[in-house]
Design a binder for this molecule. Sequence first.
Ligand SMILES: *Cc1c(COP(=O)(O)O)cnc(C)c1O
Length: 358
Amino acid sequence: MSNWEKNIRRVTPYTPGEQPNQPDMIKLNTNENPYPPAPGVARALRDTETDALRLYPDPAAKDLVHAIAEEYGLQDEQVFVGVGSDDVLAMSFLTFFNGGKPILFPDITYSFYDVWADLFRIPYERPELDAHFHIRKEDYFRENGGIIFPNPNAPTGVSLPLSDIEDIVAHNQDVIVIVDEAYVDFGTQSALPLIEKYENLLVVQTFSKSRSMAGMRIGYAMGCPKLIKYLNDVKYSFNSYTMNRTSIAAGVAAIRDQEYFLETCTKIIETREWTKKELKKLGFTFEDSKANFIFATHENCPAQKLFQALREHHIYVRYFPGGRTENHLRITIGTREEMETFLGFVKEYLKKENLWKF
Ligand SMILES: *Cc1c(COP(=O)(O)O)cnc(C)c1O
Protein backbone atom coordinates (compact mmCIF):
# COMPACT_ATOMS: atom_id res chain seq x y z
CA MET A 1 0.00 0.00 0.00
CA SER A 2 1.39 3.46 -0.90
CA ASN A 3 1.87 5.89 1.95
CA TRP A 4 -0.82 8.28 0.73
CA GLU A 5 -3.31 5.44 0.78
CA LYS A 6 -2.92 5.04 4.54
CA ASN A 7 -4.64 8.40 5.05
CA ILE A 8 -7.73 7.67 3.01
CA ARG A 9 -11.14 7.71 4.66
CA ARG A 10 -12.14 4.20 3.74
CA VAL A 11 -15.87 3.50 3.47
CA THR A 12 -18.06 0.72 2.18
CA PRO A 13 -20.74 2.67 0.33
CA TYR A 14 -24.48 2.13 0.37
CA THR A 15 -25.76 0.13 -2.61
CA PRO A 16 -28.86 1.76 -4.08
CA GLY A 17 -31.45 -0.34 -5.90
CA GLU A 18 -30.79 -1.04 -9.55
CA GLN A 19 -31.97 1.64 -12.03
CA PRO A 20 -32.56 -0.36 -15.21
CA ASN A 21 -34.00 1.36 -18.25
CA GLN A 22 -36.04 -0.86 -20.55
CA PRO A 23 -39.10 0.46 -22.33
CA ASP A 24 -41.26 -2.50 -21.28
CA MET A 25 -40.06 -2.84 -17.68
CA ILE A 26 -42.19 -2.94 -14.54
CA LYS A 27 -40.11 -1.25 -11.88
CA LEU A 28 -41.08 -2.31 -8.36
CA ASN A 29 -37.61 -2.22 -6.79
CA THR A 30 -36.95 1.26 -5.32
CA ASN A 31 -40.29 2.35 -3.85
CA GLU A 32 -40.86 5.10 -6.38
CA ASN A 33 -44.38 6.40 -6.93
CA PRO A 34 -46.04 5.06 -10.10
CA TYR A 35 -47.93 8.33 -10.64
CA PRO A 36 -46.43 11.54 -12.03
CA PRO A 37 -45.82 14.59 -9.81
CA ALA A 38 -48.70 17.04 -9.24
CA PRO A 39 -49.68 18.99 -12.40
CA GLY A 40 -48.39 22.25 -10.87
CA VAL A 41 -44.85 20.83 -10.94
CA ALA A 42 -44.81 20.74 -14.76
CA ARG A 43 -45.98 24.37 -14.81
CA ALA A 44 -43.28 25.40 -12.33
CA LEU A 45 -40.64 23.73 -14.50
CA ARG A 46 -41.94 25.45 -17.66
CA ASP A 47 -41.87 28.82 -15.90
CA THR A 48 -38.27 28.40 -14.70
CA GLU A 49 -36.24 31.18 -16.26
CA THR A 50 -33.01 29.90 -17.73
CA ASP A 51 -31.44 33.34 -17.34
CA ALA A 52 -31.92 33.23 -13.56
CA LEU A 53 -29.70 30.13 -13.37
CA ARG A 54 -26.62 32.35 -13.55
CA LEU A 55 -27.52 33.56 -10.04
CA TYR A 56 -27.05 31.50 -6.88
CA PRO A 57 -30.28 30.23 -5.37
CA ASP A 58 -31.62 31.41 -2.00
CA PRO A 59 -29.32 29.56 0.46
CA ALA A 60 -32.17 29.28 2.98
CA ALA A 61 -34.66 28.01 0.35
CA LYS A 62 -37.18 30.22 2.19
CA ASP A 63 -40.05 29.70 -0.26
CA LEU A 64 -39.88 25.94 0.10
CA VAL A 65 -39.35 26.05 3.87
CA HIS A 66 -42.35 28.35 4.17
CA ALA A 67 -44.60 26.21 1.96
CA ILE A 68 -43.74 23.09 4.02
CA ALA A 69 -44.24 24.95 7.32
CA GLU A 70 -47.62 26.21 6.14
CA GLU A 71 -48.71 22.75 5.04
CA TYR A 72 -47.97 21.27 8.47
CA GLY A 73 -49.05 24.27 10.58
CA LEU A 74 -45.49 25.02 11.78
CA GLN A 75 -43.25 28.07 12.04
CA ASP A 76 -40.58 28.40 9.35
CA GLU A 77 -37.95 28.02 12.12
CA GLN A 78 -39.15 24.44 12.67
CA VAL A 79 -38.30 23.27 9.13
CA PHE A 80 -34.99 22.29 7.48
CA VAL A 81 -34.72 21.26 3.81
CA GLY A 82 -32.11 19.23 1.94
CA VAL A 83 -31.26 17.31 -1.22
CA GLY A 84 -33.49 14.34 -0.53
CA SER A 85 -33.94 12.97 2.96
CA ASP A 86 -30.63 11.13 2.49
CA ASP A 87 -28.93 14.54 2.62
CA VAL A 88 -31.06 15.64 5.59
CA LEU A 89 -30.34 12.38 7.44
CA ALA A 90 -26.59 12.53 6.76
CA MET A 91 -26.49 16.13 8.08
CA SER A 92 -28.47 14.99 11.11
CA PHE A 93 -26.01 12.18 11.90
CA LEU A 94 -23.16 14.71 11.66
CA THR A 95 -24.99 17.30 13.78
CA PHE A 96 -26.61 15.22 16.51
CA PHE A 97 -24.71 11.97 17.04
CA ASN A 98 -21.49 13.18 18.70
CA GLY A 99 -21.83 11.79 22.21
CA GLY A 100 -19.32 8.98 21.74
CA LYS A 101 -21.81 6.40 23.00
CA PRO A 102 -23.34 3.94 20.53
CA ILE A 103 -26.40 5.16 18.66
CA LEU A 104 -29.23 2.65 18.27
CA PHE A 105 -31.15 1.47 15.21
CA PRO A 106 -32.82 -1.86 14.37
CA ASP A 107 -30.85 -4.84 12.95
CA ILE A 108 -33.19 -4.84 9.95
CA THR A 109 -33.75 -1.30 8.69
CA TYR A 110 -32.75 1.26 6.06
CA SER A 111 -29.27 0.15 5.07
CA PHE A 112 -27.90 3.69 4.83
CA TYR A 113 -27.81 4.18 8.63
CA ASP A 114 -24.77 1.99 9.27
CA VAL A 115 -23.02 3.54 6.25
CA TRP A 116 -23.38 7.08 7.64
CA ALA A 117 -22.38 5.90 11.10
CA ASP A 118 -19.22 4.31 9.65
CA LEU A 119 -18.50 7.36 7.48
CA PHE A 120 -18.71 9.72 10.49
CA ARG A 121 -17.04 7.24 12.91
CA ILE A 122 -20.14 7.04 15.08
CA PRO A 123 -20.36 3.82 17.15
CA TYR A 124 -23.67 1.96 16.91
CA GLU A 125 -25.63 -1.03 18.20
CA ARG A 126 -28.49 -2.74 16.42
CA PRO A 127 -31.25 -4.16 18.65
CA GLU A 128 -32.96 -7.10 16.91
CA LEU A 129 -36.49 -6.80 15.63
CA ASP A 130 -38.70 -9.52 17.16
CA ALA A 131 -39.52 -12.70 15.22
CA HIS A 132 -42.35 -10.85 13.45
CA PHE A 133 -40.10 -7.96 12.41
CA HIS A 134 -41.53 -5.56 15.01
CA ILE A 135 -39.49 -2.99 16.95
CA ARG A 136 -39.47 -3.71 20.71
CA LYS A 137 -39.58 -0.30 22.33
CA GLU A 138 -37.91 -1.60 25.52
CA ASP A 139 -34.72 -2.23 23.52
CA TYR A 140 -34.38 1.56 23.27
CA PHE A 141 -34.72 2.25 27.00
CA ARG A 142 -30.98 2.09 27.72
CA GLU A 143 -28.00 4.37 27.62
CA ASN A 144 -27.14 5.45 24.07
CA GLY A 145 -25.79 8.28 21.92
CA GLY A 146 -28.98 8.80 19.93
CA ILE A 147 -31.70 6.79 18.18
CA ILE A 148 -32.95 6.54 14.61
CA PHE A 149 -35.57 4.31 13.00
CA PRO A 150 -38.01 4.61 10.09
CA ASN A 151 -41.73 4.54 10.79
CA PRO A 152 -43.03 2.51 9.08
CA ASN A 153 -39.78 0.55 9.06
CA ALA A 154 -38.03 -0.37 5.83
CA PRO A 155 -37.87 -2.90 4.27
CA THR A 156 -40.51 -4.53 6.49
CA GLY A 157 -43.33 -1.95 6.16
CA VAL A 158 -44.24 -2.52 9.82
CA SER A 159 -45.31 0.61 11.69
CA LEU A 160 -44.97 1.47 15.36
CA PRO A 161 -47.93 3.06 17.20
CA LEU A 162 -47.51 6.70 18.18
CA SER A 163 -47.73 5.82 21.88
CA ASP A 164 -44.65 3.56 21.54
CA ILE A 165 -42.76 6.32 19.75
CA GLU A 166 -43.63 8.76 22.50
CA ASP A 167 -42.36 6.22 25.07
CA ILE A 168 -39.04 5.97 23.22
CA VAL A 169 -38.68 9.76 22.93
CA ALA A 170 -39.69 10.33 26.57
CA HIS A 171 -37.19 7.71 27.81
CA ASN A 172 -34.35 9.37 25.88
CA GLN A 173 -34.53 13.07 26.56
CA ASP A 174 -30.72 13.38 26.90
CA VAL A 175 -30.18 12.39 23.25
CA ILE A 176 -31.76 13.12 19.86
CA VAL A 177 -34.35 10.68 18.52
CA ILE A 178 -34.87 10.79 14.73
CA VAL A 179 -38.01 9.27 13.21
CA ASP A 180 -37.51 8.72 9.47
CA GLU A 181 -41.02 9.03 8.03
CA ALA A 182 -40.20 8.32 4.36
CA TYR A 183 -43.38 6.20 4.07
CA VAL A 184 -45.65 7.77 6.69
CA ASP A 185 -48.16 9.14 4.14
CA PHE A 186 -49.28 5.63 3.18
CA GLY A 187 -51.24 5.12 6.37
CA THR A 188 -49.14 5.59 9.53
CA GLN A 189 -49.73 8.20 12.22
CA SER A 190 -46.94 10.81 12.11
CA ALA A 191 -44.89 11.68 15.19
CA LEU A 192 -44.99 15.34 14.11
CA PRO A 193 -47.38 16.53 16.86
CA LEU A 194 -44.80 15.38 19.44
CA ILE A 195 -42.22 17.98 18.32
CA GLU A 196 -44.17 20.62 20.27
CA LYS A 197 -43.72 18.56 23.43
CA TYR A 198 -40.20 17.10 23.02
CA GLU A 199 -37.17 19.21 22.06
CA ASN A 200 -35.15 16.05 21.35
CA LEU A 201 -37.36 14.74 18.53
CA LEU A 202 -36.59 15.26 14.84
CA VAL A 203 -39.11 14.06 12.21
CA VAL A 204 -37.71 13.55 8.70
CA GLN A 205 -39.83 13.23 5.55
CA THR A 206 -39.24 13.20 1.79
CA PHE A 207 -40.82 14.20 -1.53
CA SER A 208 -39.41 11.02 -3.12
CA LYS A 209 -42.15 8.55 -2.29
CA SER A 210 -45.60 10.00 -1.53
CA ARG A 211 -45.04 13.15 -3.62
CA SER A 212 -43.67 11.37 -6.74
CA MET A 213 -40.46 13.42 -6.85
CA ALA A 214 -37.57 10.98 -6.34
CA GLY A 215 -35.81 12.51 -9.34
CA MET A 216 -35.95 16.03 -7.90
CA ARG A 217 -34.20 15.23 -4.59
CA ILE A 218 -36.11 17.06 -1.83
CA GLY A 219 -36.24 16.03 1.82
CA TYR A 220 -37.02 17.91 5.03
CA ALA A 221 -36.77 17.72 8.78
CA MET A 222 -39.15 19.16 11.37
CA GLY A 223 -38.28 19.80 14.99
CA CYS A 224 -37.94 22.55 17.57
CA PRO A 225 -36.23 25.79 16.38
CA LYS A 226 -33.07 24.98 18.35
CA LEU A 227 -32.58 21.63 16.57
CA ILE A 228 -33.21 23.25 13.19
CA LYS A 229 -30.70 26.01 13.94
CA TYR A 230 -27.99 23.44 14.81
CA LEU A 231 -28.74 21.59 11.56
CA ASN A 232 -28.43 24.82 9.58
CA ASP A 233 -25.13 25.66 11.27
CA VAL A 234 -23.71 22.35 10.04
CA LYS A 235 -25.22 22.78 6.59
CA TYR A 236 -23.70 26.28 6.20
CA SER A 237 -20.35 24.81 7.28
CA PHE A 238 -20.55 22.30 4.45
CA ASN A 239 -22.43 23.70 1.43
CA SER A 240 -24.62 26.83 1.61
CA TYR A 241 -26.50 26.19 -1.62
CA THR A 242 -27.86 22.68 -1.32
CA MET A 243 -31.24 23.44 -2.93
CA ASN A 244 -31.15 24.62 -6.54
CA ARG A 245 -33.66 27.08 -8.02
CA THR A 246 -35.55 24.41 -9.94
CA SER A 247 -36.09 22.11 -6.96
CA ILE A 248 -37.24 24.99 -4.78
CA ALA A 249 -39.89 25.98 -7.36
CA ALA A 250 -40.98 22.41 -8.11
CA GLY A 251 -41.11 21.57 -4.42
CA VAL A 252 -43.36 24.53 -3.63
CA ALA A 253 -45.73 23.50 -6.44
CA ALA A 254 -45.85 19.89 -5.22
CA ILE A 255 -46.58 20.69 -1.59
CA ARG A 256 -49.34 23.16 -2.50
CA ASP A 257 -51.40 20.50 -4.31
CA GLN A 258 -52.83 18.67 -1.32
CA GLU A 259 -55.74 17.25 -3.29
CA TYR A 260 -53.58 15.46 -5.86
CA PHE A 261 -51.31 14.20 -3.06
CA LEU A 262 -54.22 12.64 -1.15
CA GLU A 263 -55.70 11.17 -4.32
CA THR A 264 -52.49 9.39 -5.37
CA CYS A 265 -51.72 8.18 -1.83
CA THR A 266 -55.25 6.74 -1.61
CA LYS A 267 -54.84 4.91 -4.92
CA ILE A 268 -51.56 3.37 -3.75
CA ILE A 269 -53.08 2.30 -0.42
CA GLU A 270 -56.03 0.67 -2.24
CA THR A 271 -53.72 -1.14 -4.65
CA ARG A 272 -51.56 -2.28 -1.71
CA GLU A 273 -54.52 -3.77 0.14
CA TRP A 274 -55.70 -5.56 -3.03
CA THR A 275 -52.15 -6.85 -3.69
CA LYS A 276 -51.98 -8.23 -0.14
CA LYS A 277 -55.11 -10.36 -0.76
CA GLU A 278 -53.78 -11.64 -4.08
CA LEU A 279 -50.35 -12.48 -2.65
CA LYS A 280 -51.98 -14.47 0.16
CA LYS A 281 -53.94 -16.52 -2.41
CA LEU A 282 -50.59 -17.43 -4.01
CA GLY A 283 -49.10 -18.66 -0.72
CA PHE A 284 -47.09 -15.63 0.32
CA THR A 285 -46.88 -14.44 3.91
CA PHE A 286 -45.85 -11.01 5.21
CA GLU A 287 -46.28 -8.67 8.11
CA ASP A 288 -48.96 -6.04 7.59
CA SER A 289 -47.35 -3.23 5.60
CA LYS A 290 -48.30 0.43 5.95
CA ALA A 291 -45.79 1.52 3.30
CA ASN A 292 -45.84 1.57 -0.51
CA PHE A 293 -44.23 -1.87 -0.58
CA ILE A 294 -44.80 -5.37 0.79
CA PHE A 295 -41.98 -7.49 2.25
CA ALA A 296 -43.07 -11.01 1.42
CA THR A 297 -41.83 -14.57 1.68
CA HIS A 298 -43.20 -17.80 0.16
CA GLU A 299 -43.24 -21.14 1.92
CA ASN A 300 -42.09 -23.15 -1.12
CA CYS A 301 -40.53 -20.72 -3.54
CA PRO A 302 -37.04 -19.42 -2.74
CA ALA A 303 -36.97 -15.61 -2.95
CA GLN A 304 -33.77 -15.50 -4.96
CA LYS A 305 -35.12 -17.82 -7.69
CA LEU A 306 -38.30 -15.80 -8.05
CA PHE A 307 -36.29 -12.56 -8.06
CA GLN A 308 -34.20 -13.86 -10.97
CA ALA A 309 -37.20 -15.17 -12.92
CA LEU A 310 -38.98 -11.82 -12.54
CA ARG A 311 -35.85 -9.96 -13.56
CA GLU A 312 -35.52 -12.00 -16.76
CA HIS A 313 -39.02 -10.78 -17.60
CA HIS A 314 -38.04 -7.16 -16.88
CA ILE A 315 -40.06 -7.09 -13.68
CA TYR A 316 -37.80 -5.63 -11.00
CA VAL A 317 -38.30 -6.15 -7.25
CA ARG A 318 -35.72 -5.79 -4.46
CA TYR A 319 -33.89 -8.71 -2.90
CA PHE A 320 -31.61 -8.36 0.16
CA PRO A 321 -29.46 -11.51 0.34
CA GLY A 322 -28.17 -12.87 3.63
CA GLY A 323 -29.33 -12.88 7.23
CA ARG A 324 -32.94 -12.80 8.30
CA THR A 325 -34.11 -11.15 5.06
CA GLU A 326 -32.58 -13.88 2.86
CA ASN A 327 -35.88 -15.41 1.79
CA HIS A 328 -37.91 -12.22 1.31
CA LEU A 329 -38.69 -9.92 -1.59
CA ARG A 330 -39.60 -6.28 -1.22
CA ILE A 331 -42.26 -5.48 -3.77
CA THR A 332 -43.07 -1.81 -4.43
CA ILE A 333 -46.72 -1.01 -5.09
CA GLY A 334 -47.13 0.18 -8.68
CA THR A 335 -50.32 0.92 -10.59
CA ARG A 336 -53.14 -1.63 -10.42
CA GLU A 337 -52.24 -2.74 -13.99
CA GLU A 338 -48.58 -3.22 -13.08
CA MET A 339 -49.53 -5.29 -10.05
CA GLU A 340 -51.87 -7.44 -12.19
CA THR A 341 -49.01 -8.17 -14.61
CA PHE A 342 -46.63 -8.91 -11.74
CA LEU A 343 -49.10 -11.26 -10.01
CA GLY A 344 -49.98 -12.94 -13.32
CA PHE A 345 -46.33 -13.74 -13.91
CA VAL A 346 -45.83 -15.02 -10.35
CA LYS A 347 -48.87 -17.27 -10.60
CA GLU A 348 -47.68 -18.83 -13.88
CA TYR A 349 -44.20 -19.28 -12.44
CA LEU A 350 -45.46 -21.08 -9.30
CA LYS A 351 -47.64 -23.32 -11.50
CA LYS A 352 -44.87 -24.15 -13.92
CA GLU A 353 -42.42 -24.92 -11.10
CA ASN A 354 -45.09 -26.86 -9.24
CA LEU A 355 -44.58 -24.79 -6.09
CA TRP A 356 -48.20 -24.10 -5.24
CA LYS A 357 -51.52 -25.99 -5.56
CA PHE A 358 -54.15 -24.08 -7.51
C1 LIG B 1 -36.28 6.24 0.35
C2 LIG B 1 -35.83 6.41 1.76
C3 LIG B 1 -35.09 7.51 2.18
C4 LIG B 1 -34.41 8.48 1.23
O1 LIG B 1 -35.18 9.15 0.42
P1 LIG B 1 -34.66 10.38 -0.42
O2 LIG B 1 -34.97 10.00 -1.82
O3 LIG B 1 -33.21 10.61 -0.18
O4 LIG B 1 -35.49 11.49 0.11
C5 LIG B 1 -34.83 7.68 3.53
N1 LIG B 1 -35.22 6.77 4.42
C6 LIG B 1 -35.88 5.67 4.06
C7 LIG B 1 -36.28 4.69 5.10
C8 LIG B 1 -36.20 5.45 2.72
O5 LIG B 1 -36.80 4.33 2.35
